[in-house]
Ligand binder design. Structure first.
Ligand SMILES: [Zn+2]
Ligand SMILES: [Zn+2]
Length: 61
């Protein structure tokens, strides 16, 4: 079952441009559920709703 995550759209409503906290070059468009980091689409794991850093930790553990 697929559930939509409202957080996906939260950052899109912000007027201030935030840089991805992973690559610090792309515009952040998502927020990690665990650490709250703002990340770009490339560093956001849609399956888990986490940044790639946290997603790697969850999957590895
Ligand atoms: Zn990034
Ligand atoms: Zn994270």
């Amino acid at each position: 079952m697929i559930s939509m995550k409202p957080r996906d759209a939260v950052l899109g409503a912000m007027s201030v441009t935030t840089l991805c906290q992973v690559c610090e070059s792309a515009t952040a468009s998502h927020a990690c559920d665990t650490c709250g980091a703002a990340v770009c689409a490339e560093h956001y794991d849609r399956e888990t709703g986490l940044c790639t850093v946290c997603a790697a930790r969850v999957r590895g553990g």
